[in-house]
Ligand binder design. Structure first.
Ligand code: NAP
Length: 276
């Protein structure tokens, strides 16, 4: 039977360690989250981040801007936070409403405060193998792999999905941990054969239960990043958990796998920024 990688429990212990460190600091790490508009999903994510920040003893600001805010107004808010000495981490919740380009805003965040790791400066540093602030979800996945003693050195890894938010930085982290990495995407030919090669499978596509049992090699470690809301309101991943679980060495559930670790890594990044 596969080991269940319990992201909720791991995130809780990482958060406890962060809170203990915060208590020793002369001033708490400061996290500012900018929310533009009233998208219900974004509101939930921002609220959760605020709750965790508060619980860990961070100084936390939520800045709500109206849906009608212009790019210039959002950038002016970011600049003000760049200059605020009580703020160590700035996050602009994406996507922005009204088709505003999130990348244009993100670029204005001081790279030293870019706790989502999305500025060109931080992406470039990661690409050159000297990571500074690394995107939260892939950083969390590296810790999930470590939690079950996965040996990345020399391992065949397949990352399905090549987004800037997840797939690309994930592949870079695995390569820097000496895995042999394949990035698969919607144009990959014979995806099942590609995935079957892998000792480490990481799925971040956004297609419910796409990865079936016959795609996965015996004894693989499977990390399911997908979060898909089904018609009945339940959440499921990109991996057909019930079919895949009996074949593999370790696997993350959805929910309760990767999801909770993302916020914990946001707190870890903010702490890192505060100590820099
Ligand atoms: P995204 O930007 O939509 O990227 C999806 C990727 O999947 C793209 O690279 C796309 O390929 C690829 N893809 C689409 N259909 C495919 C197919 N049939 N076969 C192979 N590849 C295919 O999504 P994302 O932001 O990376 O997120 C992916 C999933 O992870 C979503 O479910 C999201 O909710 C979840 N997620 C969860 C967390 C968390 O904290 N748990 C964080 C981030 C994301 P092309 O590039 O060729 O279009």
């Amino acid at each position: 039977m596969a080991t269940l990688i319990d992201g909720s429990a791991l995130a809780k212990s990482w958060n406890q360690a962060i809170a203990a460190e915060v208590r020793t600091m002369p001033r708490p790490p400061g996290l500012a989250v900018v929310l533009v508009g009233q998208d219900p999903a974004s509101q939930v994510y921002v609220k959760r981040k605020g709750q965790v920040a508060h619980r860990l003893g961070f100084h936390h600001l939520q800045i709500d801007l109206p849906e009608t805010a212009s790019l210039d107004e959002i950038v002016a808010t970011v600049r003000r936070l760049n200059d605020d000495p009580t703020i160590d981490g700035i996050l602009v919740q994406l996507p922005l409403p009204g088709g505003l380009d999130g990348r244009l805003v993100t670029e204005h965040i001081d790279p030293a405060k870019d706790v989502d790791g999305l500025t060109t400066a931080n992406v470039g540093a990661l690409a050159q193998g000297r990571p500074r602030l690394v995107p939260c979800t892939p950083a969390g996945v590296m810790r999930l792999l470590a939690s079950v003693d996965v040996r990345t050195e020399g391992a065949e890894a397949v990352v399905i999905g090549r987004s800037n938010l997840f797939g690309r930085p994930m592949a870079m982290l695995l390569e820097q941990a000496n895995a042999t990495v394949t990035i698969a995407h919607s144009r990959t030919r014979d995806l099942a054969t590609v995935v079957r090669r892998a000792e480490i499978v990481i799925a971040a596509v956004g297609r419910p239960r796409m990865v079936g049992a016959d795609w996965v090699r015996e004894g693989a470690v499977v990390i399911d990043v997908g979060m898909n809301r089904l018609a009945d309101g339940t959440l499921c991943g990109d991996v057909d958990f019930d079919a895949v679980e009996p074949r593999v060495r370790a696997i993350t559930p959805v929910p309760g796998g990767v999801g909770p670790t993302t916020i914990a890594m946001l707190m870890a990044n903010t702490l890192q920024a505060a100590r820099a």
